[in-house]
Every structure is written in C-alpha cells, then in structure tokens.
Design a protein around this ligand. Structure first.
Ligand code: ADP
Ligand code: MG
Length: 293
C-alpha cells in the first residue's frame, strides 16, 4: 500500500501541475542540491524569432534568407521554423532543396541548385572548418553578446552569411530561479548553444553555473560531473536529447510540452511550461517529509 502521506502529496502535486510518475522522485526532491535546467524551451519560450541577417561580400540578404529557408524546410527544430516563417513573411521565393539531412545538435544540410549547403550553429562551423570573414565576424559577435543565437549559412566550407534568432526568457523563470536559490538550492543551466548566448541568459536569471556548447550525447555526462562533486541533481528538460540526462539525474523532470521520449525518461512530468512547478515539488517534498515524523 502507498503510505497515506505520499498519496496526499501526489494529489497535491497534480493540482500544482506536477504529474508524479515515480513517487520516489517526489521523495528524493527534498534532498536535491542542484536543479539543472535545459535552456531552450525550458527557461526560454523555445520559440525564437529571426532578428538580423548579414551576407558576406554585399550579397543580397533576402537571397541568403531564402536559401537558409530552403535548407531548413524539412526540419522540425524551432530555429528552422523561425527561418521558414521569416522567409514566408517577407514573401520570398524559396528554392527547392533535396537530400535533406539533420546533424543532431549542430544543424542541417541539403542540396540546393547542385550545391551542398549547411545551416547551423557554432559546433557546425568548427566541424566544417569554415572561417567567418570580417566584417561578418564582428556582426555575429555583437549578436551573440546580446544573447542572440547565431546560425551560419555555409556553402561547402565557405560562409555565405549568418542570421540571428532571439528566444525570449520566460517571465516565470526569473522567479523560479530566485526562489530555488532562496531555499539553498544551486541552479545550473545546460545548452547546446554558444557560450555567449548561454552567458546572456544566465546573467539575466542570476544562474550559478552554466554548461554551454554541450553536444546532445554529452548532456548526461554533465549530470554525472555534478554528481561526481557529491551533488544530488534534479534535471529539467524537454527534448529528445535531454532523455539520457533525465534518466541519469536523481530526479528527472520533463516539461509537459516536450517530446514523448523525454517524458518516458523522466520520473516527473510538468503539465504546463511553468518552471515554478519545480519549486512546488521542492516545497511539497519537504512538507511531506516533515509530516512523516
Ligand atoms: P538546444 O536544446 O540547446 O536547442 P539542440 O541539440 O536542439 O539543443 O541544438 C543545439 C544547437 O544545434 C542549436 O542551438 C543550433 O545552433 C543547432 N541546430 C540544431 N538544429 C538546427 C537546425 N535545424 N538548423 C540550424 N541549427 C540547428
Ligand atoms: Mg532543447
């Protein structure tokens, strides 16, 4: 039989939008030292919008955007949707693309007019050995310092240009982070995004520790790294690439609007997208523990 106190808190949790799949997760929540949040889609809305476009050598920015949209047209990633949406809003004619492939955590590739074109973030740029010419590098640095995500459009290994995307921090995130810290819990953030993008969000939210440019396959290693320091970890994420990290953490918390895979790996699923629900879990866990004695 389930102890009465646990049954009550599971029900209270559900009312706070916290669906407990594994009741040990709720019990363990009171012992957590650090909450590790995935950035995109968890602390931010995850729905970026296109802000800037810059093309190399005075090329036409509309043509660059149309090319990027062609390469991204088969991708489901929020950054891809933002690029395709921006091209549509500007009534651009998007060329046909073939041979689409997705490079997990880095970007996408497709063939357009017989050329192999990549669109992706900093990891992709490094992987292709592509170098940004000036003055493009100056522009993209300024965008990143502002906290925007930068995606490059690369033909072979030459950079054609770049776009910036901004993903707004959820208004509730600030409160969630501050309240967890008030309860003596450290708050960390993990992302595949560039260091500067991560730093801008972390500074806005006063986050204690940041892991940036983490490849999907390495997210769970960062959980292990924290555990190796003797810390008990609650991991909050939404994506397929967060699943191993959710499974590795003492408490895995999936954001409800996230993927099915993430939800399967988690002990807890949040009904909505409000990071403050993590706080409700801590409070419920601490309260029920006290009631048992
Ligand atoms: P995150 O949850 O931080 O977005 P992802 O693994 O989904 O982690 O993506 C990591 C990075 O890979 C993104 O920040 C972006 O730079 C790049 N990326 C992923 N998918 C795409 C895509 N469809 N187009 C361009 N870049 C992408
Ligand atoms: Mg994500």
């Amino acid at each position: 039989a389930i102890p009465l106190v646990i049954a009550i808190s599971t029900e209270q949790a559900a009312r706070a939008g916290v669906l407990i799949k594994n009741r040990m997760a709720l019990e363990r929540m009171r012992t957590i030292d650090v909450v590790l949040f995935d950035k995109t889609g968890t602390l931010t809305t995850g729905e970026p919008d296109l802000k800037d476009i810059a093309a190399v050598g005075g090329r036409d920015t509309d043509r660059l955007l149309a090319l990027a949209a062609a390469v991204e047209s088969d991708s489901e990633h929020p950054v891809a949707r933002a690029i395709v949406r921006a091209a549509r809003q500007r009534n651009l004619t998007v060329p046909d693309a073939a041979g689409f492939s997705s490079l997990t955590g880095r970007g996408v590739r497709a063939t357009v007019d017989g050329r192999t074109v990549h669109v992706g973030g900093p990891a992709l740029l490094r992987e292709l050995g592509a170098v940004e010419p000036e003055p493009l590098a100056r522009s993209t640095r300024a965008w990143m310092d502002r906290g925007a995500a930068v995606l490059h459009v690369i033909d072979g290994n030459s950079v054609l240009g770049a776009v910036s995307l901004e993903d707004a921090v959820r208004p509730e995130s600030r409160q969630a982070v501050a309240a967890l810290q008030n309860r003596g819990i450290k708050v960390a953030m993990i992302t595949g995004d560039a260091r500067q993008v991560a730093r801008a969000v972390a500074e806005e939210l006063h986050i204690d520790e940041v892991f940036a440019q983490v490849l999907p396959a390495d997210k769970d290693k960062k959980v292990a790294e924290l555990q190796g320091r003797g810390l008990k970890v609650a991991m909050v994420g939404d994506g397929v690439n967060d699943s191993p990290a959710l499974a590795r953490a003492e408490v895995g918390i999936a954001i409800g609007a996230g993927t099915d895979v993430a939800m399967e790996s988690a002990g807890v699923v949040l009904a909505g997208n409000d990071p403050r629900a993590v706080l409700s879990m801590v409070d419920l866990s601490r309260a029920s523990y006290r009631k048992m004695w």
